[in-house]
Design a protein around this ligand. Structure first.
Ligand SMILES: O=C(O)CCC(=O)C(=O)O
Ligand SMILES: [Fe+2]
Length: 236
């Protein structure tokens, strides 16, 4: 459970918990693959970082690749992710491991990730892979104005947050923290515009659930707004 999360109707700059991204069977498969991952120094992808002290799977690691495929399929069918992220492109997930003393201090994620074409990180995502009881510390904390939002989720659930935010993983003091991290490029670069699309989606759902059936004119107007705003804002 999030220690502190935005109330349902007060979207906090698109920071969202995605519950049950992995099914129990997928989580089990991932947990069986995790011991096969050959972790290396996390600085390999951020050689200049002075705050990154963790382990991560090399991209070519076979167990990491299999976990990435399971995670990708799970993310892409997750209805909330589709609504909140409007994903155009998703980076391959990377499994990360934090042992006692490891941490990733305050930082902001890279703007572009190597891929063809390069992936602009609009949203960052952490999928938790082991139970919070297995480790102390290791919370993901995200700055939101003067507030700090802290997350330590159940395995199989994920947190989706804007890549523009300053965030950190606090030091692990006991046990091991395992997670899979990824980045998404959205069809809609601007988070405020994405948030309006989320509200339109909610309005459509409310209109569709009216007793006696939806008002057909309202339905077509909401559909027109959604489609035409998407046409106006989508990167192609
Ligand atoms: O492990 C996490 O939850 C996120 C780590 C992070 O911020 C990063 O790898 O950029
Ligand atoms: Fe980060």
């Amino acid at each position: 459970m999030p220690i502190m999360a935005a109330p349902r109707h007060r979207p906090a700059a698109m920071i969202r918990v995605l519950s049950n991204v992995l099914t129990p069977a997928e989580l089990q498969a991932v947990r069986e693959l995790l011991p096969q991952v050959r972790f290396g120094d996390g600085r390999v992808t951020n050689p200049d970082s002075t705050v990154k002290q963790n382990l991560q799977a090399p991209q070519e690691d076979p167990a990491n690749a299999r976990i990435a495929q399971i995670a990708r399929d799970a993310f892409m069918r997750h209805a909330d992710l589709r609504i909140y992220a409007q994903p155009k492109q998703m980076a391959r997930t990377t499994v990360v491991r934090y042992e006692p003393g490891m941490t990733y201090g305050w930082h902001v994620d890279e703007a572009l990730f190597p891929s063809n074409p390069p992936l602009r990180s609009d949203l960052s995502c952490t999928l938790f892979l082991n139970p919070p009881q297995e480790y102390d510390g290791g919370e993901l904390t995200i700055e939101l104005g003067a507030q700090l939002l802290t997350y330590k989720l159940e395995p199989g659930s994920a947190i989706l947050y804007p890549s523009t935010t300053i965030h950190r993983v606090s030091p692990v003091t006991r046990g091991v923290r395992l997670a899979a991290i990824t980045w998404l490029q959205s069809w809609i670069a601007d988070g405020a515009r994405r948030e309006l699309m989320v509200q339109l989606d909610e309005a459509r759902a409310i209109a569709a659930a009216q007793p006696g059936g939806p008002d057909l004119r309202m339905q077509v107007l909401l559909e027109s707004l959604r489609t035409n705003l998407f046409r106006m804002w989508a990167d192609t």
